[in-house]
Design a protein around this ligand. Sequence first.
Ligand code: COA
Length: 155
Amino acid sequence: MRIRAARPEDLPALFALVDRYARRGLLLPRSAEEIVATLADWVVAEADGRVVGCGSLVWMSPALVEIRSLAVEESLQGNGVGGALVQALVARARSAGARTVFALTRAVAFFERQGFRVTDRERFPEKVWRDCVRCPLRDRCDEVAVAMRLDAEAA
Ligand SMILES: CC(C)(COP(=O)(O)OP(=O)(O)OC[C@H]1O[C@@H](n2cnc3c(N)ncnc32)[C@H](O)[C@@H]1OP(=O)(O)O)[C@@H](O)C(=O)NCCC(=O)NCCS
């Protein structure tokens, strides 16, 4: 298994993976057009020449970035693929100058194991105003905000 930058030929696999979990309400839907337009911000996990996992960065500001559309094929879950995707996305965020990486998730223990801490989503007004206000689930959202600071002095 290796983690690499997404390429145009990954598009059908990326769309299918995200769509499968979006239909179950586990991920936000992403259209094929949106994935194409943001492809430079996606990474994939590849095993035996096949895309088996993915994740993307969505920039809220030059200092703040969200991990979104993190998914691993069911049959391969529990083998560290999701963790490797998160670490690759964090490394990308760091080298691009982000100071904070966050996610809204139900997989809280998973993110904590990757070094994230539970936090208050109101810390991310950029996210709330951009996405949450338009979300039909905003008044009964069960997602938890988790974040990791990348600037050393502020843990
Ligand atoms: C979350 C996800 C990406 C993890 O991928 P993975 O390859 O299984 O991750 P890893 O193997 O690195 O880590 C697995 C650990 O995370 C835990 N975990 C996975 N999903 C979890 C969840 N929803 N809540 C809490 N813990 C979770 C597993 O229990 C496992 O713990 P264990 O090692 O003690 O058994 C994967 O389960 C997935 O694609 N889920 C569906 C989509 C989704 O919910 N994405 C997250 C949205 S932010």
